[in-house]
Ligand binder design. Structure first.
Ligand code: GDD
Ligand code: MG
Length: 362
């Protein structure tokens, strides 16, 4: 079975992290977001994946070469000279996805590259094969549906209406960004910028060719820092990673994932809902909660970090306090005793004074 992953967006809402890395390669629980997806696809029997690229293609290609060998899956790329939206890439990949003599009703997976969930792909595929229509969309429920694609359906799962980013309330069941489509869906799409959510799904729903399959557990679109932090909590709660045993005088609270290479000083309290990636050094008496610390960063003694994302190779001085949605880009230095509240810092900056009000440091 084949799959196509849309990796073409600019990831603007996850800046400054996406200034130095494409969004699908930003780590989530110490693994690139896209790796979670590719692992799930491979374990469902997918053998060939097309990545629809339109931005920062080189970094993606390098990582995918390694991953393709490791997971024994064929990974190919399509390149867009102009962004083709969320449907156009299907037309661009037509010859790869739809080989000669392949049955037009052969199913394939299609994914947005920024979503994380429990990936019930096998159950979804079974459901798709049973209803015998052209497409299946994975759905979940959210409190604020206005930033998603909203779905109205019958009890059978047959979709009656698909409304992308509705201005007035339609319902709170939304498109989770994971689809199974029969390959002849490609016949509906021309090779030009096209939105699958606005131009293709509403029509398929009208023709009664679209069903939805409900997610039972967690789901998150990782496109924004606050959602990333919340998603980390949900994911760790679901995945229940083993508690790290090697730290003698460190208090591990709740769910955390800490790479084996990480050093942590005595008296630190780590957790809940924390990820710490490769080669991070954490000093003594440090407190981390609801945070992701990316590889190569150093956090000095007695610092307190909560609900924040610390980019790669940062240096956080001692007695600092970062809270309430701080996001640091690659290679940011925060001097000793600085306090930061909801501050976004672009790569390669040095912060020497406290910033108590929400701010973006350019
Ligand atoms: N190749 C390519 N080319 N990919 C693109 C392009 C493009 O021109 N534009 C966007 N993408 C990719 C993004 O990288 C992402 O993986 C996916 O398409 C969806 O784009 P987002 O920008 O993340 O959309 P969204 O989050 O506002 O809304 C989408 O996802 C929601 C679920 O998270 C929609 O599919 C909604 O209906 C859905 O509810
Ligand atoms: Mg998104």
């Amino acid at each position: 079975m084949k799959a196509l992953i849309l990796v073409g967006g600019y990831g603007t809402r996850l800046r400054p992290l996406t200034l130095t890395k494409p969004k699908p390669l930003v780590e989530f629980a110490n693994k690139p977001i896209i790796r979670h997806q590719i692992e799930a696809l491979v374990s469902t029997g997918v053998t060939e994946i097309v990545l629809a690229l339109s931005y920062q293609a080189e970094a993606m290609k390098n990582y995918m070469k390694v991953l393709s060998e490791e997971l024994k899956v064929k990974i190919t790329f399509t390149y867009e000279t102009q962004p083709l939206g969320t449907a156009g890439p299907l037309a661009l990949a037509r010859d790869i996805l739809w080989e000669k003599d392949t049955d037009p009703n052969t199913p394939m997976f299609m994914l947005n590259s920024d979503v994380i969930c429990e990936f019930p792909l096998k159950e979804m595929l079974e459901f798709h094969k049973n209803h015998k229509k052209q497409g299946t969309i994975l759905v979940t429920q959210v409190q604020d549906p206005s930033k998603y694609g909203v779905i109205v359906h019958e009890d059978s799962g047959k979709i009656q209406k698909f409304v992308e980013k509705p201005k007035i309330f339609v319902g709170n069941e939304i498109n989770a960004g994971i689809y199974i489509l029969n390959i002849n869906t490609i016949d509906r799409i021309q090779l030009k910028p096209t939105s699958i959510e606005r131009e293709v799904f509403p029509l398929m729903a009208k023709e009664e060719e679209l069903f939805c399959f409900p997610l039972k557990k967690f789901w998150m679109d990782m496109g924004q820092p606050a959602d990333y932090i919340r998603g980390l909590e949900l994911y760790l709660n679901f995945a229940q990673p083993p508690k790290p045993e090697k730290y003698q005088n460190v208090d591990i609270v709740g769910n955390v994932v800490i790479d084996d290479s990480v050093e942590i000083g005595d008296g630190s309290v780590i957790g809940p809902n924390v990820s710490v990636d490769k080669n991070v050094k954490i000093g003594k008496g440090v407190r981390l909660a609801n945070c992701a610390v990316f590889s190569g960063s150093v956090i000095d003694n007695s610092s307190f970090l909560s609900s924040s994302l610390i980019g790669w190779n940062c240096h956080i001085g001692s007695w600092t306090r970062l809270e309430n949605g701080c996001v640091l880009g690659d290679d940011v230095t925060v001097k000793n005793e600085v306090f930061m509240n909801n501050v976004i810092v672009l790569p390669n900056k040095v912060i020497s004074e406290s910033i108590p009000q929400p701010k973006i440091i350019l």
